[in-house]
Design a protein around this ligand. Structure first.
Ligand SMILES: [Zn+2]
Length: 168
């Protein structure tokens, strides 16, 4: 009756491995909470495009979600905002030149608002797609970053963080 075919164990493992055993919506991972019961973060395989809407069991259509996010998502594809998307949205918010520069250089120097930097560092810690390296004590005054790299376009006048962002 059901069209749903079970996902082969090997494919499941490949998806978990590709996604670094991390929920692609909320970033939770059993590997990151070794002190708690592993059941707290139970990982499942989700279909990007649901089977009921002609989605298949190919690697590209599968992603790792925690049980809680998977229940919340159900068949609603509008929840398909991945950590990768969130990082790219944030980079574009800081300055749309960053993603362009990353394509040609792999490593760019950025000056961002402290708040944006901390959110970026958190997301990157989850995805592990990028490496960040803070450059200490190079920013003295307001807008000093203009000569140092790609500067945030959303300057709030507050503290800035100067860092390298590198594609792994
Ligand atoms: Zn989750």
């Amino acid at each position: 009756m059901s069209k749903r075919k079970s996902i082969p164990a090997k494919i499941r493992l490949e998806v978990f491995k590709r996604d670094r055993y991390t929920c692609q919506l909320c970033g939770k991972s059993p590997a990151k909470y070794p002190e708690v019961d592993l059941d707290v973060v139970e990982l499942e395989i989700d279909h990007y495009q649901p089977i009921s809407k002609d989605g298949n069991n190919s690697l590209a259509n599968l992603q790792t979600l925690c049980r809680q996010c998977n229940r919340g998502k159900g068949n609603d594809e509008s929840f398909n905002i991945t950590i990768k998307d969130k990082i790219e949205d944030l980079l574009n918010k800081i300055n749309p030149k960053i993603l362009q520069a990353l394509q040609s250089n792999k490593k760019v120097r950025i000056v961002a608002n402290e708040v944006d930097y901390h959110e970026l560092a958190r997301l990157i810690g989850v995805s592990e797609q990028y490496r960040v390296e803070v450059i200490p004590n190079t920013l003295i005054g307001y807008r000093a970053g203009f000569s140092l790299g790609i500067y945030t376009i959303d300057d709030n006048g507050g503290a800035k963080v100067n860092f390298f962002l590198e594609l792994k």
